[in-house]
Design a protein around this ligand. Structure first.
Ligand code: LP5
Ligand code: MN
Length: 241
């Protein structure tokens, strides 16, 4: 019995090895799990459920098969695929969760989130985030023709890569005070997130209580998964794709 957590796969047509590794991971490992949680950035970017990309069909079918074999899959949006909507959730039989969510894992309360909202030392990103998370802006974007949405997404990705090169490592990591605030606000001791691509298990003491923050790894040259079992054993592992 294990519950699995993954994030930041950034699946795209340009990375067939990662897609193949993900599909193999579903068949080899996830199929034996109690549940699979995907904490955002499953896709490199998402411009609407109506994007007729074959990769989306393949992933939806694989996740739906996982569900049909008795393994529920839960999804929290990332900063790349925040537009993934109800249509795709239905096709893939994934449950969409709110951006911060407290779940019960074998009797332990755990806060799960993508992690970008903890990066509060990056005001440029937070401004950008407020803008693109505005429902009116999203509605306008989703009503544009696909080629235009593709073009804008491409431009945003290029812009993001460029701006990330100028940001300090500290700025692109989570802010410790934001972590403490989130843990206190949700009254939990465990927290799991991705986004920063810095896989680690951090022990912390918050309010006199021993607390843990797990950062999931991104999938690049290897896959990355957090395994949690009913005896509170946790393992953050990487594996070849
Ligand atoms: O994603 P990553 O890891 O590179 O960096 C993130 C932050 N960047 C982003 C942007 C995404 O990568 C692009 C998402 C594409 C989504 C497609 C749908 C588009 C819908 C839009 C409308 C509803 O999230 C990056 C952080 C980093 O994480 C670390 O936390 O630093 O933040 C930025 O790069 C933001 C910049 O600091 C500010 C960007 C200004 C954008 C100006 C836009 C100009 C182009 C306009 C084109 C119309
Ligand atoms: Mn991210």
């Amino acid at each position: 019995m294990t519950t699995l957590f993954i994030a930041d796969l950034h699946l795209s047509d340009n990375e067939p090895t990662i897609t193949a590794g993900f599909l193999a991971f579903l068949q080899r490992e996830a199929v034996h799990a109690d549940a699979l949680y995907i904490l955002g950035d499953l896709f490199e970017f998402w411009i609407g459920d109506d994007d007729p990309n074959e990769l989306h069909d393949i992933v939806a079918q694989a996740l739906a098969e996982l569900h049909d074999k008795g393994v529920p899959c839960y999804f929290i949006h990332g900063n790349r695929d925040f537009l993934l909507g109800k249509d795709f959730a239905k096709r893939s039989k994934m449950v969409l969760l709110p951006e911060e969510c407290v779940i019960d894992i074998y009797g332990q309360k755990v806060l799960i989130l993508h992690g970008d909202t903890l990066c509060i030392d990056d005001p440029g990103y937070l401004r950008f985030r407020r803008y693109i998370r505005n429902p009116i802006i999203q509605k306008i974007f989703l009503s544009m023709p696909l080629f235009l949405r593709q073009k804008i997404a491409g431009k945003l990705r290029r812009q993001s890569k460029r701006s990330n090169r100028t940001k300090s490592s500290l700025m692109m990591d989570v802010n410790p005070l934001a972590v403490i605030e989130a843990v206190k606000a949700h009254q939990v001791v465990h927290m799991i997130h991705g986004h920063t691509h810095r896989p680690a298990i951090h022990d912390m003491t918050i309010g006199g209580r021993l607390s843990q923050r797990v950062v999931l790894g991104a999938w690049h040259d290897t896959g990355s998964v957090l395994r949690v079992d009913p005896n509170d054993q946790i393992e953050l592992a990487s594996f070849p794709l």
